[in-house]
Structure formats: C-alpha cells, structure tokens
Design a binder for this molecule. Sequence first.
Ligand code: CP
Length: 336
Amino acid sequence: MDKKFKGKHFLTCEDWTKKELDQVFDKSFELKDQFLKEEAHLDLLHKTLFMIFFEQSTRTRNSMEAGMTQLGGHAHDLTADKMQLSHGESAKDTAIILSRMGHGIASRNCFYGIGKDYLAEMAKYSRRPVMSLQDDVYHPFQGLADLMTVFEHFGKNTKGLKVTISWAYADTHSKPLSVPQTQILLFPRYGIDVTVANPKEFPLSADIIEKAKKNAAVGGGSIKFTNDMDEAFEGAHIVIPKNWGGFGAYSVPDYLANENECKKEMKSNLEKYHSWICDERRIKLADKNVKLMHALPADRGHEVTDEILDNENISIVFDEAENRLHTAKAIMSMTM
Ligand code: CP
C-alpha cells in the first residue's frame, strides 16, 4: 500500500479527495476478501490504537477493536471515566501523550457544538493519525461503509442512483446529525441523486447543506429537500429512514446557551411526528427493487417496521454493518 496516507487524519471524508477515497474502497474490498478467505493480513503488526468513547457504541467499537486484532495490532478500549479526562485533562495533553505511546488515536464525541472541535484539537497535537468515531457533525466511517454497501448491491457506477434519506420517528434519544450529514456530503460526490425528507423542526445544519450542494455540483449528483416523507420515497432505489435530533434548528452558540430549553422543545416537536415510519405502504411507493439501509441501531416499530427490516429482499442493513469492519481496517492500515 502507498505510504502517502501514513499519518493522515480521518476526521471527515471531506478532507479526502475522491481519488483517495477510491483507494480506501479498493483496500476495503481487498481486506474483505482476505477476511472471508481467512487469509492473514497483518498490516499493523504490534501497533497500538487508543480509542476514547464518550458515548456508547456497538458497531464502531467492535469494528475498530476486532479490526486492529485482525491486522496484528491491539486497540485500547477507553472511556472518559477511565481516564484523567474525567478530572479535566485537556484534549491537547491527552493527544500528545497517547500519540507518543502508540500509532493512532480514535475518538467518539457527539456533544453538540463540542465533538468535532474536540477531535480537531486532538488532531492538531497528535503525532499520529486521529480518527473520528463520530462527532456532532460527521460520522466518516459510517459514510465509507454505506458507500461500500451501495457499490456491492448496485455496482460502482452510481450515477443516477436515487437515494432517499428520511427523518423518522424514534424515542430512544436525540440522535446526532452526523450520519445523514455525512451521507448528503458524500453520496453526491459519486453522482448519486439524494432526496432528504424531514419535518420542518428537524433540519440538517445549514452550512452542511450548502457544502453538500457544492459537492453535488462537482460530483455530478444532486440534492433536494422536502417535508413530505411519501414524496421522498417515490421511485427511490435506496431508502434510509433514520431519526435525528432537532439540533440543526439552533445555532451552536444558541444551543449551548439554552441547552435545557432546546432539549425540551425538541422533545415536544418529536411527539408530532409518530407517523414518520418506513412501513410496507411507503416501501410500495419506492422502486420495485428498493433496498433499505440504516446505520443501526434501528428503533424497530418507530423508524422502520420489523416486516421491512427483516425482509431479506429489501434490507441490506447487516451488510452495511459488516462493512464497518472492512472500511475501518482500510483506513487504519493506510494511515497508521
Ligand atoms: N452505526 C454506528 O455508529 O453504530 P454504533 O453506535 O453502535 O457504533
């Protein structure tokens, strides 16, 4: 593998050219093939990754940790409460120290108005690559796995593919904006026509929408918006029904200054939209060969019915989850 990626941070796909991302996908497919054939691929023998999670995770944590083991290295699974971060040690000092002891740092910090900047601070001071495991704005590893899954099911020429990213009801927690935002930035770079549907109180961030429009103009895809979930499903080749919090309705300073009121308002707005679910009726509006994608965890019975999620002719969510492993390994083996 080309050594030119060694030390390159992976905080957002926006920092990687399409040509560079294409090399990541090539490596991901190669690693998937080696994994399935049970061939050794010890690209990171004896290397160490430090992972710091400020929030829960199933796919991200395990794709990174299993990935490091399979590449011949080891991942430390850290949470803030196990570290002096809980006593206020800075991102800067933590990054300097960990990057002197190992070969990479990865962190998930989704606090709105904080996460992305926290990771950028670590990247500024780390001698080694810093990887985002999701923040308040981006979830780059999810974007890679999503696109790899699209390639597997639709081929690599994705020009003209219609992908609908729709807000959906969920009551578990206020999910970050990072998954749909990463998708709207990335998919149009590959010629994909994206439709975003959301209730008016649940917009994505205005600056990300502007960037996504620019990416579409360069990449040959398109992006459009609607407040009607049915309209968004019509003719779609892929549907991605997923909840996100109402963070995009507030500027970061306003949100941070009035966090409790904003959370109360988001909760009350949420209750108006129980009907935003991906079910059999809506699936029938889409293309006859439509596929369901979802980053998971899914709120079954809220975001999407069991009937659709468990339908093997429609749902490719478990391929998508598995591809988190292969894409994570590609980035780690190229940058560490
Ligand atoms: N999709 C995703 O990031 O899953 P986890 O939160 O379980 O890591």
